[in-house]
Write a protein that binds this ligand. Structure first.
Ligand code: SF4
Length: 361
């Protein structure tokens, strides 16, 4: 509901208008139900829970990493579809990785999210609900720690960053993703520059973002340094070639004077002897990638591959990861290795949803 709709809803229930503000504050903190809205009269809480639902999702499973830094949620939508989101507590703030679709049609060969195909696009509210679930998790943890209830004004570490990098291709659901970002900014106060959208390279969608004009961060899932290799693992590359994708991404980055993020999963493969060969991750690939990115204002995030049983790839050694990074750095490309988070809770994107769907079958 918009603010006006909520006000009408509340006054129609015979309540004073200020109750709408109170409810709105609780909703923005991700209150799971009206019972949690402690400053409302008990009868109103009861009445609200009888007629309304705060979020269009329910938590099916919540997994917490042993180090306490990562919480992964499996969520169920009202039509029974399931999605994932991940809360990461970092030194720079609290980041939520959200899904933009139930499933994915893009067919990247290393990804679990696409194995069951695309079910449907998520609505603005369904994407926003993922942030609110994380927000509530943070508030509840803080309340427990301080032995007090969430009060809405404590500097207790709310969600500060959003990455649209979970299941789905956001630029296949551009209108709702843009609607979500606008609301995250307006309702939750998340700054444009703290929001990152990651695409596998849907060029018309990147052009739409340029026309939209908000200075968010753009990440390109690149994963191969040549068209030949990229087309083997990412079908989107048959539609939009590397040069076209990078040209659109450059235009976006130049418009907002932003550094472009390049995501690169380091993949190996097993040969007939069971030894790991470097699929896109040899020093030669690093040289090719350096050439492709030479002169660009970009940061390469190297991502060690999280094993997915159904996928025909292998993880590469830490030495090979560092050799790849060293080659890029030697060639003047800003590069970092993404820290693996929550490996003890199955952090491969889409794996939790896939396992749950298989159990249902
Ligand atoms: S990597 Fe992203 S775009 Fe590719 S299949 Fe997985 S979710 Fe879809």
């Amino acid at each position: 509901m918009t603010g006006g709709e909520l006000e009408k809803f509340v006054t129609d229930m015979g309540q004073p208008r200020f109750r709408a503000t109170q409810i709105s504050q609780w909703l923005q903190r991700g209150a799971p139900n009206a019972a949690a809205m402690k400053n409302l009269p008990e009868t109103l809480r009861h009445d609200l829970d009888a007629v309304a639902q705060t979020l269009p999702v329910q938590i099916v499973k919540k997994l917490q990493s042993a180090d306490g830094e990562t919480t992964k949620f499996l969520l169920q939508l009202q039509d029974g579809e399931q999605i994932e989101c991940v809360l990461m507590r970092t030194t720079y703030g609290n980041s939520v990785c959200v899904s933009s679709q139930a499933g994915c049609a893009m067919g990247c060969k290393f990804c679990a999210s696409t194995l069951l195909g695309l079910k449907r696009n998520l609505s603005v509210n369904e994407i926003l609900a993922q942030v609110l679930i994380a927000q509530w998790e943070l508030r509840s943890a803080h309340a427990t720690k301080c032995n007090s209830r969430p009060n809405g004004d404590a500097n207790n570490g709310d969600v500060s960053h959003i990455v649209i990098m979970g299941t789905g291709e956001p630029l296949q659901n551009t209108e709702n993703v843009i609607g979500f970002i606008e609301r995250a900014n307006a309702d939750l106060g998340i700054g444009w520059r703290r929001i990152t959208l990651s695409t596998c390279g849907v060029v018309p969608g990147i052009r739409d973002l340029i026309n939209w004009g908000r200075p968010i961060n753009l990440a390109i899932s690149l994963h191969a340094p040549t068209d030949e290799l990229r087309s083997q693992i990412m079908p989107i590359n048959n539609r939009y070639k590397l040069n076209e994708v990078l040209a659109a991404a450059d235009d976006f980055a130049a418009l907002h004077n932003r550094q472009l993020m390049i995501e690169y999963i380091l993949l190996g493969r097993r040969d007939e002897n069971g030894d790991t060969v470097l699929y896109n991750s040899s020093p030669e690939h690093a040289e090719q990638l350096s050439k492709l990115l030479a002169g660009k204002n970009c940061m390469v995030n190297l991502i060690p591959w999280n094993a997915v049983d159904e996928r025909d790839f292998a993880s590469i050694s830490g030495n090979a990861v560092h050799r790849f990074q060293d080659t890029l750095i030697k060639n003047g490309i800003h590069t970092r290795i993404r820290r693996e988070r929550g490996t003890d809770i199955g952090s491969a994107c889409g794996q939790l949803r896939l396992n749950s769907a298989r159990k249902k079958d």
